[in-house]
Design a binder for this molecule. Structure first.
Ligand code: SF4
Length: 472
């Protein structure tokens, strides 16, 4: 273990909650935002529980599915090596299925630490009810755990299909507290758990969770095929509002970072809009995934045991502008017509696509948006990341806007409603935001939110010249 890094306080650092002493943990809290350098790795869709809303449930239940089996250690190491040295990632979310039941997990954790890729496990923590497992992970060097707290008590047990599951999870959390192993919470905004959102927030405060993420209808493409979510288990956005606002108030009062993912900003109280992360905001959360490396690890070759890894794409810009050219640039409604255009582009001839791509990219170079942060130490352009976010929301997930969204000042930085959600509930819940002018900066709301950055990210803030930043 090397010496603890010296951490300068970044501008905008707020008070640090008692459970999160900067001097002890090396983390910093700041309102400044940087593009994330976190990658993601799927080891295989093998799991010890069955959450009814899991978007990988088909692969978890089907032992013959090519992504079901856990991969070998060497392949996982190869992927992590690429995350660190090709994409410049400094941290990684390791997930399964359930990574804590993979026999090589401690070896992979130790390897990640060795190459400077700080490892997080996304886990249900059931297996960590055995205290020695927590101690082994801590000894291997795991940075922290992102524990999926989908409910409490019997509600949790029912949601995940494991009698006694919540009790085991609570034991695991207590073992983490005892071992000094940091953890954060993920909580899917499911219908059954609505009465418990506030209690989950209280649990996070009581146990010292560093961050709590609430996840609305998860917008991944395979959900369309899975069909596990329905009006039986997915709540209307407007039905979660009051319970979510109460939970966010509890976390804010205690100084615990909270994030709400994939929920339109108009669905929470104005004071909590700074917690809303849709596709355009994801890249500014250090605990979310880098679109560039995610584009590669998301390919099936990197998610399955069998076969070699696939070739790397040339750049995120190439990936972005190959599929999508002018989606909603400057448009207000951005509804059916532009969706249709987006879908039509991949079917265009190569020459037309190439010309449009060159034109779009050239215009982007000539007229960068001045309000966006400048490129970072990896040479990454916030403009490209924003366009990629829009491409994912529109082209991959089919997000839709309501007619009322045309009157919303946040329209340009919002994704709208996931296509499956819209099919279930419609889009009439939209409540246009009046902000005194059209918002075109994806960090408009989140720039008021303090976030936790891990020790390895701290030099990104020390390097900032406040005078230059203020002048920019
Ligand atoms: S654009 Fe539509 S969905 Fe998004 S915040 Fe505004 S009203 Fe809500």
């Amino acid at each position: 273990m090397g010496p603890r890094p010296t951490i300068a306080r970044a501008q905008g650092v707020g008070r640090v909650p008692s459970h999160l002493d900067e001097n002890e943990t090396g983390v910093i809290r700041t309102r400044e935002k940087r593009l994330t350098r976190r990658g993601v790795l799927w080891l295989g869709q093998t799991c010890n529980i069955r959450c009814h809303f899991c978007y990988f449930l088909d692969r978890i239940n089907d032992r013959e599915h090519p992504e079901h089996a856990f991969m070998e250690l060497e392949k996982a190491k190869e992927i992590c090596h690429a995350l660190r040295f090709r994409y410049g990632n400094t941290s990684v979310d390791i997930q399964g299925g359930e990574p804590t039941i993979w026999k090589h997990v401690c070896d992979l954790v130790a390897y990640c630490v060795e190459i400077g890729l700080q490892p997080t496990l996304i886990t249900n923590a059931i297996a960590l009810a055995k205290e020695h497992k927590v101690q082994e992970l801590k000894a291997a060097g795991v940075r922290d755990l992102l524990i999926s707290v989908q409910g409490l008590g019997d509600v949790y047990d029912e949601i995940v299909g494991l009698p006694g599951g919540s009790e085991k999870q609570m034991q695991a959390i207590d073992h983490c507290v005892a071992a000094g192993l940091p953890f954060r919470f993920n909580c899917v905004l499911s219908k059954k758990a609505i009465p418990q959102y506030a209690d989950i927030a209280r649990l996070a405060v009581a146990k010292g969770a560093r961050v709590v993420n609430f996840l609305a209808f998860n917008p991944f493409e395979d959900q369309v095929r899975g069909g596990k979510r329905s009006i039986e288990n997915v709540p209307r956005y407007s039905d979660v509002g009051d319970a979510l606002n109460e939970a966010l108030d509890i976390l804010a009062e205690a100084g615990v970072e909270a994030n709400v993912r994939y929920l339109p900003a108009c669905m929470v109280a104005e004071r909590h809009r700074k917690t809303i992360y849709n596709f355009q905001q994801l890249s500014y959360d250090p605990h979310e995934w880098d679109f560039d490396s995610w584009t590669w690890t998301g390919n099936q070759a990197q998610r399955m045991k069998w076969g070699a890894t696939s070739a790397h794409h040339r750049s995120l810009a190439e990936q972005t502008y190959s599929f999508w050219i002018v989606y909603s640039q400057g448009t207000e409604a951005g509804t059916e017509r532009s969706d249709a255009f987006v879908r039509a582009i991949p079917a265009m001839g190569g020459a037309i696509r190439s010309t449009l791509r060159t034109l779009r990219h050239g215009l982007g170079q000539l007229a960068p948006r001045r309000h966006l942060p400048k490129g970072d130490e990896l040479g990454r352009s916030p403009e490209v990341y924003r366009d990629h976010a829009k491409m994912r929301a529109a082209q991959k997930c089919g997000y839709k806007f309501a007619p009322a969204c045309a009157q919303c000042d946040a329209r340009r930085i919002c994704d709208g409603f996931h296509i499956d959600y819209a099919a279930m509930f419609g889009v009439e819940e939209a409540q246009p935001i009046a902000a005194g002018g059209r918002i075109d900066d994806p960090t408009h709301f989140i720039r008021d939110q303090e976030k936790i950055y891990e020790a390895e990210e701290s030099d990104r803030f020390e390097r900032q010249d406040p005078a230059a930043r203020d002048a920019a």
